[in-house]
Design a protein around this ligand. Structure first.
Ligand code: TYM
Length: 328
């Protein structure tokens, strides 16, 4: 059986990178797969969080997933901390993960920065918890943006280590699915750095909560270059390439085809069209998010129901893992 698992951190606004790199694909997958989508609040606390904001972000991200088209009846949507089996399996998998594998993780190096000794153990073990998320449900496919590729390779290595130790094909090897025309959406202010929640500049990203005016404003202010016409050239024209990729992903077109169509247009015309397209696609999501977050009851009901359905899969699996390890 094929099963999708993927996750998103409730650490701030969902942005266009999350949407095009992940959530838009998650919506489509509901037609063909059994899907589990997790708001990973335990991952979020690997960096300091304000408790009140963390709770409200968890609700807001849930609203974002539903507003983008994830159907909480068909798919499971829940927050990670409600299903204790994630933490328990993470501990077991910690015991199969050599430090050398974790030392290679570029996201840890970036987040820990120069003061590595001050970085917390949770941040270091982050990818093991991610492996636990996936393996707890025996997920076969994991749709993510490109930045998660290394973490998924580690999950596959952990599967290998576990299965070899007990000499059986217990966990399926999870397959990364890095799909679409915008697997790595870049900052609107700098085409060489990733669009991210932690960028200090609000103008670097489009949030799913932005209204039409803000979307238009951010696209018009996006960094450009001085070349004539638009062209797809990741090496030399990162800003033009990023905007073309965003257009292609929003319109479900091929990026080369979009680049050809705008080859004789300057940034200004292209940005006008991109701003209209982005507004048409994103504003309904933003409006629906605002509607859904006006009362907590509906969202809390989704998370409660999702956690029950997730636990019904996770708990028997954790029991069989414990039996294999000899823990019962
Ligand atoms: P997070 O919360 O950083 O991002 C959620 C999803 O959005 C994608 N993404 C992007 N895609 C394209 N361009 C960007 N600029 C961009 N920024 C973010 C991410 O690749 C991701 O798919 N560790 C994960 C959450 C996680 C998880 C899991 C994912 C926890 N457990 C198990 C899959 C399976 C994370 O921090 O995602």
């Amino acid at each position: 059986m094929n099963r999708i698992f993927s996750g998103v951190q409730p650490t701030g606004n969902l942005h266009l990178g999350n949407y095009l790199g992940a959530i838009k694909n998650w919506v489509k997958m509901q037609d063909d797969f059994d899907c589990i989508y997790c708001i990973v609040d335990l991952h979020a606390i690997t960096v300091p969080q304000d408790p009140v904001e963390l709770t409200s972000n968890t609700r807001e991200v849930t609203a974002g997933l539903v507003a983008a088209g994830i159907d909480p009846k068909r798919s499971i949507i829940f927050n990670q901390s409600r299903v204790a089996a994630h933490s328990e399996l993470a501990w077991i998998l910690n015991c199969f993960t050599p430090l050398g594998w974790l030392n290679r993780m570029t996201q840890f190096k970036e987040k820990a920065g120069k003061k590595r000794d001050n970085a917390v153990l949770g941040l270091y073990g982050y990818p093991v918890l991610m492996a636990a998320d996936i393996l707890l449900y025996h997920a076969t496919h994991v749709p993510v943006g490109e930045d998660q590729k290394q973490h998924l390779e580690l999950s596959r290595d952990i599967v290998g280590a576990f299965n070899r130790t007990y000499d059986r094909d217990y966990f399926p090897l999870p397959e990364p699915m890095i799909l679409g025309q915008a697997t790595r959406v870049m900052s609107l202010r700098d085409g060489r750095s990733k669009m991210s929640k932690s960028d200090a500049s609000e103008n670097s990203r489009i949030n799913l909560t932005d209204d039409a005016e803000t979307i238009q404003h951010k696209i018009r202010r996006a960094k450009t270059d001085s070349e004539p016409g638009m062209s797809y050239d990741p090496e030399n024209r990162p800003e033009a390439t990023n905007l073309l990729g965003i257009y292609a992903a929003l319109a479900d077109e091929n990026v080369e085809a979009v680049a050809l169509r705008y080859a004789d247009d300057g940034f200004s015309n292209f940005k006008d069209d991109l701003a209209d397209l982005a507004t048409a696609k994103l504003e309904p999501i933003s409006a629906e998010m605002h509607r859904l977050t006006s009362s907590n009851d509906f969202i809390d009901g989704i998370l409660r129901d999702g956690a029950e359905r997730a636990a019904a899969i996770a708990e028997p699996n954790l029991r069989s893992i414990k039996e294999i390890v000899g823990l019962l």
